[in-house]
Ligand binder design. Structure first.
Ligand code: C2E
Ligand code: MG
Ligand code: MG
Ligand code: MG
Length: 285
């Protein structure tokens, strides 16, 4: 009886697995369509970052959004990983780059000068055409490379070979800013970190979300900020959700903060009014 139950549950489980597999395939197909259709299913949100030294908003992070017609909003964590596994990430990243650079050019026309960070994956970095295509887009949109930060996750960077470091150096030489995203959860060695030609360390939000309540997180974050500074890097905290955490980060000497307390990711139309409203730095002291 038990065996039959187990047999049933195994078959049931496999059926569920197949369904999940079909759903992933169908999602990849829909994502391909979305990338080519350019009909508004895919769009960018922009989340502000504040410089804690002067309370000014100097940067934004571009975050992709997908409202899939069949099922509605799909979290980027889900479809980015699928795109990576399906060999679609390079195309998606170039879609993002073009969309963000066109927006930067438009903002420049309106007198808004701001730096924007774009998330890229290891597959992008390692692709032989990536650098040239990025350069071509940057030039085509008349944007200066120093307005663009590229965020690579710690996990991605640590698995890279020497060629990855050389490609990062090439980007750095061309004027792009390089950031290590999700720092602290990717099992990096400090030896490797110190070899990377990066400008910025972004502490993973898992250490920041409850910073005000956790002595352990405070200890980790404080040492990470010091580590970053000792390596000559700018340090960003993501996932700052309350004033107490913001104040702790300020005391610890963190350079930039990003999180729901300052602002959720904004639609493109909301960015300009939000920036105008936050022009006076005393507002967030
Ligand atoms: P990420 O690069 O680490 O981006 C930060 C994530 O934290 C974003 O999630 C953002 O909305 C969220 N976040 C910001 N502040 C807070 C906060 O105070 N509390 C909490 N709980 N969350 C906060 P999102 O937009 O869902 O993106 C998730 C991940 O998907 C990103 O993590 C990034 O790895 C990936 N991603 C998003 N857009 C892109 C893209 O255009 N290209 C690539 N390759 N990856 C992207
Ligand atoms: Mg990021
Ligand atoms: Mg990331
Ligand atoms: Mg992160």
């Amino acid at each position: 009886d038990t065996a039959r139950k187990q047999g049933l549950s195994v078959r049931y489980y496999q059926a569920g697995e197949d369904e999940a597999h079909m759903e992933r395939l169908s999602m990849v197909e829909d994502l391909k369509v979305a990338l080519n259709a350019n009909d508004g299913q895919l769009f960018m949100n922009y989340q502000p970052k504040m410089n804690l030294a002067n309370n000014r908003i100097e940067k934004l992070e571009a975050l992709i959004r997908w409202v899939r017609p069949k099922t509605g909003f799909v979290p980027p964590d889900v479809f980015i990983e699928l795109a990576e596994r399906a060999g679609l990430i390079l195309e998606l990243t170039h879609w993002v780059i073009d969309s963000v650079l066109a927006q930067l050019a438009a903002w420049k026309q309106e007198g808004i000068s701001i730096q924007v960070a774009i998330n890229i994956s290891a597959q992008d970095l390692m692709h032989p055409e990536f650098f040239n295509r990025l350069q071509a887009s940057t030039q085509r949109h008349g944007v200066d490379a120093r307005f663009i930060t590229l965020e690579l996750t710690e996990r991605d960077l640590m698995s890279n070979e020497e060629r990855g470091v050389a490609l990062m150096q090439q980007l750095r030489d061309a004027g792009y800013t390089l950031s290590v995203d999700d720092y602290g959860i990717g099992q990096s060695s400090l030896g490797k970190l110190k070899q990377l030609p990066i400008h910025e360390l972004k502490i993973d939000k898992s250490f920041i979300l409850k910073l005000d309540e956790s002595d352990t997180d405070q200890m980790i974050v404080r040492s990470t900020i010091d580590l970053g500074h000792n390596l000559g890097l700018s340090v960003v905290a993501e996932g700052v959700e309350n004033l107490a955490s913001q104040q702790l980060l300020r005391e610890m000497g963190c350079d930039y903060i990003q999180g729901y307390y300052l602002s959720k990711p904004l639609s493109v139309d909301a960015v300009r009014p939000w920036l105008l409203d936050h022009e006076n730095p005393r507002k967030h002291a």
